[in-house]
Design a protein around this ligand. Structure first.
Ligand code: ADP
Length: 499
């Protein structure tokens, strides 16, 4: 009886490490094991992982997480998987061996092919079917690259001998010793091959990219008992019952289950996802439309946007300008001032993303006077993170016609209370930082737990989500308007700098 087993295991397969986290019924972490693995940069702009190392790191932390805390394998009710999205693996169905390294989402090798596709006029078909903007980021052009560059790959693919999978599929294949080749709908929706409206692989796109349909995994919902682990992976067979890509898992882990609820992860960059309910909203601001999750027959869509330089702005002040030793010192420095005194920093260090989209923008600091100190630089950098998130949220609101009800946050920079309060002030909405900060892993655990009856219902898991701290807007309207006015003016002046 799975209901009587006390624990669930979440596999959180990220870009730099594999983690296994064991949760109890209260959603608390009982055990956590983590292992980093090697990043390969074979050429400028290329990023690869060794698929075998992804698997061995993941399987070893699974075992560690059990053994370290003396947990019995028979106490684990099931497994949920969440993973780095878009990363592409192609393997031979007979041998189970990958025919090339995993091409990681960050890899830009197919960028010029993507430009060519845009020039040939394919952008509209791609966005209307997949919700995505043609980019090297997504899996489709990476699969094509492997078929074009690995000797014999295309013939093998056409003979049905090869399988493609994102990292979730690869893990399921390994966990079941090749018995199952499947993925979930959120991972499928990031391949640029999946029609998010009809919810099936799109033959026209497969033709465009020259990818045989036989390579593709079966697409499942995010919460169902898909299969069991093979007998010798762990001592007992354990059901695999939940899968979602990392951003979607975090949205579910934050229990943003109502339309208009959004989460932002404040890490190196900022990753925003807003639940838009049953509507797959087409963005007018180049945000992505994506599947949030599918549970039973119910599908939920989301809008997604990212800010390239979030916490990295603070890293730059720390490591580039050496203004302080630790990121957390930025909070006291910012709070040593009552105001930004008119200093604005636009961290367009890698161009500007949504909703401005200017690759030629570059960073700039405005409003410097004789009185400007490092405290002003620091405050301006923290404020810039919040302004950028504000800009994306406003674009999401415009696209979806939904008002942000509340913003739930996670990631390293949410430790900064100044930033959180400033964000609440700008957005004029409540910001909630949860007690359980492992939002991605717990999202996968929730999805698996619902399928297994470990938790009875979404209402039951709603009760597990608790805010650690919430931030209410308090800033006077005229001050807010003035800050936003100068921020917008500063952003305009950074645009189109590179020629
Ligand atoms: P990632 O997963 O992208 O590596 P994390 O979620 O670990 O990121 O967050 C790290 C980022 O948060 C870094 O860019 C760092 O500069 C920033 N950061 C960490 N602590 C603070 C803080 N107290 N105030 C502001 N920024 C912080």
């Amino acid at each position: 009886m799975t209901q009587n087993k006390p624990y669930l295991m979440a596999l959180d397969q990220g870009t730099t490490s594999s983690r296994a986290i064991i949760f109890d019924k209260k959603g608390q972490i009982v055990s956590l094991a983590q292992k980093e693995f090697k990043q390969y940069f074979p050429q400028q702009g290329w990023v690869e992982h060794d698929p075998e190392e992804i698997w061995t790191s993941q399987s070893s932390v699974m075992i560690e997480s059990i053994v370290n805390k003396g947990i019995g394998v028979d106490e684990i009710a099931g497994i949920g998987i969440t993973n780095q999205r878009e990363t592409t693996i192609v393997w031979n169905r007979k041998t189970g061996k990958a025919i090339y390294n995993a091409i990681v989402w960050q890899d830009r090798r197919t960028a010029s092919y993507c430009n060519q596709l845009k020039e040939e006029g394919h952008a509209e078909a791609v966005v209307s079917k997949t919700g995505l903007i043609i980019d090297a980021y997504f899996s489709a052009t990476k699969i094509r690259w492997i078929l074009d560059h690995v000797e014999g790959a295309r013939q093998q693919a056409e003979a049905g001998e090869l399988a493609f999978g994102t990292v979730d599929s690869w893990l399921v294949w390994k966990l079941t010793k090749g018995a199952h080749h499947l993925t979930d709908i959120t991972n499928a929706s990031r391949t640029m091959l999946f029609n998010i409206h009809s919810q099936e692989w799109d033959q026209e796109l497969l033709n465009l990219f020259g990818i045989p349909k036989s390579m593709l995994p079966e697409v499942k919902s995010c919460s169902e008992i898909y299969c069991e682990t093979a007998g010798d992976v762990l001592k007992n067979k354990i059901p695999i019952a939940g899968i979602a890509g990392d951003q979607q898992a975090a949205l579910f882990g934050q229990l943003c289950t109502e339309p208009g609820m959004a989460k932002t992860t404040y890490g190196t960059g900022c990753f925003l996802v807003m639940n838009t309910g049953k509507d797959a909203v087409r963005s007018k601001n180049q945000l992505l439309t994506t599947v949030a999750w599918k549970i039973g027959n119910e599908i939920n869509y989301a809008l997604e946007g990212s800010v390239f330089i979030g916490g990295a702005a603070i890293q730059w002040l720390r490591d580039g300008l050496e203004l302080f030793d630790q990121a957390k010192e930025s909070e006291a420095l910012a709070m040593s001032l009552n105001d930004n005194d008119g200093v604005y920093f636009v961290p367009a260090l890698a161009g500007l993303g949504a909703p401005h989209w200017d690759q030629n923008a570059r960073g700039a600091i405005f409003g410097i006077t004789r009185g400007t100190t490092k405290a002003h630089f620091t405050r301006a950098a923290l404020e810039s993170i919040a302004y950028q998130v504000y800009d994306v949220i406003k674009a999401m609101e415009k696209d979806s016609g939904k008002q942000t009800k509340e913003l739930r946050v996670d990631g390293g920079a949410t430790a900064n209370n100044f930033l959180m309060q400033f964000q609440a002030d700008l957005l004029e909405c409540e910001i909630k930082r949860p007690k359980i900060i492992e939002t991605t892993a717990i999202g996968a655990a929730f999805l698996a737990g619902l399928a297994l009856g470990f938790w009875e219902s979404q209402e039951e898991i709603q009760k597990l989500w608790k805010a650690d701290q919430s931030f209410q807007p308090t800033m006077p309207e005229d001050k807010r308007k003035k800050l936003l006015h100068f921020w917008q003016k500063a952003v305009e002046r950074t645009k189109n700098w590179e020629e």
